[in-house]
Design a protein around this ligand. Structure first.
Ligand SMILES: NC(=O)c1ccc[n+]([C@@H]2O[C@H](COP(=O)([O-])OP(=O)(O)OC[C@H]3O[C@@H](n4cnc5c(N)ncnc54)[C@H](OP(=O)(O)O)[C@@H]3O)[C@@H](O)[C@H]2O)c1
Length: 324
């Protein structure tokens, strides 16, 4: 049997990289093998991947030499940055550069760079519709990723730019899920007006990435935008109501109100949603459901995703100490 091609996966114990690692490891016919890159090969999540058949390799994105070692001998790499660990766009740019340079040094045949739109292409810093943040960004974690695209291009890497979408999992892990309003009725709060928010099950991002690797050269040099659904706040709330068997409302707020919510990153998230609201056509247009489904036939709809996580979401709605 031909030797399997190694995919070195950054963030393999996380959402995106984990989805890719599991997609490869569960495919018994796969021509690829997983090299899971982690800072801690002894963590429970790392050990779970090893049990499924992954090779574990220790590396830290802050240590470029460790990345070079981790990419060495691989066929491809999945490159994702860790913005929310530090909330610094400059650091995110450095992370992207370290991965791109390690990919170059290893002579990789295919790199997937998990990127996002540089919003400043649509809304320049001089535009006062939303505040400029950290001196030179509108949506720092979008702008830095989009800006980093050129690093991969300039190094002439065989790269696919994967434009991801809002994880529906944010409704569980990022505190964006339904919360009881003053009248006790749960509501999801978004500053999206009546515009559509492209979203995806986080696990499906990795599955789409696997589809890209499986296509060989087809997507090298291309940008692939993926989503599992495009829903308005009202549609999201209606799906929640149906899945949870109780009314969930859409609490529409202004981006200004959202920015003032005070949680770490609220200003940035307010800008992010405003960008998606004000540039709905361009933002949705950059993502393609059919392409995502062709890469990943198991792509979930929002209703299917809700069905899987129904009990977790219901548990979060319960006051502490009450079980569903
Ligand atoms: N939330 C969303 O809706 C959304 C949508 C699109 C894009 N994104 C972007 O997704 C990115 C995060 O990806 P994710 O959600 O898959 O991550 P995640 O689930 O938060 O997992 C974080 C992963 O990062 C690894 N990690 C953290 N610091 C590291 C370091 N210094 N060196 C090496 N590995 C490190 C961790 O591995 P170990 O602990 O095992 O080392 C872990 O696997 C962010 O940049 C975010 O902007 C998020």
């Amino acid at each position: 049997m031909a030797e399997k091609k190694i995919i070195a996966i950054m963030g393999a114990t996380g959402m995106q990289g984990g989805g890719l690692a599991r997609a490869i490891l569960r495919d018994k016919e796969s021509k690829f093998a997983v090299r899971a890159i982690t800072r801690d090969v002894n963590s429970e999540k790392a050990k779970e991947l090893a049990k499924l058949g992954a090779e574990l390799v220790a590396a830290d994105i802050d240590d470029p030499e460790s990345l070079k070692r981790a990419f060495s001998g691989a066929y491809g790499a999945y490159c994702v940055t860790f913005y929310w660990a530090h909330m610094s766009p400059e650091k995110e740019l450095e992370e992207a550069r370290s991965m791109a340079e390690a990919a170059k040094a290893a002579g990789l045949k295919h790199v997937i760079w998990s990127t996002l739109d540089d919003t400043r292409r649509y809304i320049p810093l001089s535009d006062t519709r939303m505040p400029t943040l950290m001196g030179k960004y509108k949506v720092p974690h979008y702008d830095a990723k989009g800006e980093a695209d050129h690093i991969f291009r300039d190094l002439r890497l065989p790269v696919t730019f994967l434009l991801t979408s809002f994880y529906w999992d944010n409704f569980i892990h990022f505190g964006l899920g339904p919360k009881p309003g003053p009248d006790g009725i749960p509501a999801i709060t978004l500053p999206m007006g009546d515009k559509k928010l492209p979203g995806i099950a986080a696990e499906d991002i990795g599955k789409c990435a696997y589809g890209i690797f499986k296509k060989g050269r087809k997507y090298i040099g291309k940008t692939v935008g993926i989503a599992g659904g495009f829903l308005t706040g009202a549609q999201i709330a209606a799906s929640f109501s149906k899945a949870l068997g109780q009314e969930v409302r859409y609490n529409e707020v202004s981006p200004e109100a959202y920015r003032s919510f005070g949680y770490p990153g609220a200003e940035e998230m307010g800008n992010m949603f405003q960008f998606k609201r004000d540039f709905e056509k361009e933002y949705c247009g950059a993502r393609n459901l059919k392409v995502a489904r062709s890469l990943n036939p198991e792509l979930q709809t929002f209703d299917e995703w809700l069905e899987c996580f129904r009990s977790q979401i219901l548990a979060q709605l319960q006051p502490a100490g009450v079980t569903a």
